[in-house]
Write a protein that binds this ligand. Sequence first.
Ligand code: GLN
Length: 260
Amino acid sequence: MKKKFLSAFVATMMTMVFLCGCGGAATAGEADNGGEASKETLIVGTNAAFPPFEYVGDDGKPDGFDIALIKAIGEEIGVEVQIQDMEFDSLVSSIGNKIDVAIAGMTVTEERQQMVDFSDPYYEAVQAVIIPKGAAIATADDLKNKKIGVQLGTTGEFIADEIEGAEVSAYNKAVDAVNDLNNGRVDLVIVDKNPAEVFGAQFSDKVDVVAGENFDFEPENYAIALPKGDEDLAVKINTALKKFKDNGTYDSLVKQYIEE
Ligand code: GLN
């Protein structure tokens, strides 16, 4: 009787271990393609609504500078990159459970550093302001007491929250903020410079883009968000980043995606 119970218990435990082993996305796990040479999978979270860093390509798959960069890094460090498109605001809290790392034009901030580690920075950015064509918004004072559209959980939102008299509307996608600017529901949009330029070109008959320096916005650094304390992964990714900066891979991606 006792023995029977024990073996049933062991069988249950083994099933549990087996199930956990197959389903986990918490750490880079074996890709389930059967072969001995199967690569580990790195599940990479992004928000594919932030051109030119990430967007949905013509084939319906995520593309952009960040996607190309992380795929190159994956190849360099010998892991199979699997992209998971999700809301920007969920990325940091999903590291270590739904995803392994995140690349999403994500600025290194002290708040985020409480929850995740960051790779070495790979791009310097700054916020910009999208305004209705010809609107008189040119200095920091002009931002006061305005209806401001931002993307939820971004540094653009953090800046807007500090502006005197601002009425801030946060959207899941930056382009939705720009659409509400075009509808007159907000007076201006604060978003990172490169996407601002893409939206500026997309709606060139309706909006102007004013550089963040005019408003004294601070420079920001994009980096890859990593699980806290995973030194091994950090070293691998930073080594690959450095190699790409040295050997021209990084510059060719900048030319292809950002300066095209
Ligand atoms: N760089 C901004 C941030 O980190 C916006 C990023 C994004 O919207 N993908 O908050």
